[in-house]
Ligand binder design. Sequence first.
Ligand SMILES: N[C@@H](CCC(=O)N[C@@H](CS)C(=O)NCC(=O)O)C(=O)O
Length: 389
Amino acid sequence: MAGCTLWGVTASPYLLKMQALLDGAGVDWQRWPEQASRPQALRTALRLRRAQRERAVRRYPAMDPALDEYPAVPYYTFDGTTFYYDSTGLALHLDAEGRGDHPGPVPGDPALAFICHLIDEAFDEFGLYMVHHQRWVTSATTTRMGQRTAREFAPLLPPGLGPLLARRLYRRQARRCPYLFSVAPDGFDCGMPAARTPPARPGFPPTHTLLEEAWRDYVAAVESLLADQPYLLGQRFTLADASAYGQLAMNLVDGITARNLRRDAPRTHAWLCAIAAGEHAGARGESQCSPALRPLLDVIGATFMPLMAQNSAAWEAAVAAGETMFNEAAFDAGRALYDGALRGHPFRAVAKTFQVAVWRELRGRWAALPAAGRRQLVDLGLPATDLLE
Ligand SMILES: N[C@@H](CCC(=O)N[C@@H](CS)C(=O)NCC(=O)O)C(=O)O
């Protein structure tokens, strides 16, 4: 079976998710540029750049050109010419094309498949905010992400430029914290120089407590679930595990957060390390919606789901008011901003089109679920279903 070439860096939770999906499917992979020769890395970087310019990069099964945007990383290709992006897209790609010789990453049962996609998107969209905050705020003094990423880009860099890239990455990512929902209180000090200190922003309520409480609750929910079963949805590895792994494992290299994980959630820490080592490949067995899922569904229903609903409402209102700029460009320009609240914590954020697409897709899956499946999930304790209607 043809292998897969991933384009990205281990600093990205979505790349970690892609690696785990490929291991789970038994598909060989390489991570470029780090594992490529200089000519291979330069040629692929040029090809990818051209494909982006020509809007020829694909998303499986389809891209929504109005709402979706190309990321910086990761990308994947099976033939070195056709490039794809999106980690959930890779899961569906593997599933549909029966690549690999293991059962697909999405359970067949419709109600289970819905929960699988809900957990996947919750970690993709809200998980990112929590782990980015853990890296750049909680682990600001111990993360080595800059040097690590510069090392992984080395095949593309002129000799000696690594340290400069590392320095720029630290500053860039700290500066981007408010766009990724992590807003510091005024006068915040993380023990680092100002250029590496995640900023406050006038008019934006601080969100550090919100994100730290949520991270603690997500981790505790996973820890209790893994006491009952080897994976989030039962006996075998699914897309839900790949997504939770991608986000939570991102912090395994960040020092303070990794230590906190090992201390407060030893089972989860060991689970993440086992998936990183590919031990989930070939895991067989049934998937099921266990009552032990309840704490995880509760925190998803109090964070991810209401955030997606508020983001979609803000986007619709902005479009109705003639706004055309969204996502990071709008955030930097102070446009398409909205006020909301999660778990009693106020926040200010920018309307994100790609999250409108995520929420629209999830609501579509809920609407397509047979009534018996919805009832089963409501009986299981799935919260906030009114937001899905
Ligand atoms: N939906 C994409 C998300 C990819 C993504 O957001 N990647 C981040 C890096 S981890 C990115 O490109 N952020 C924009 C940037 O850093 O400029 C996936 O699942 O693969």
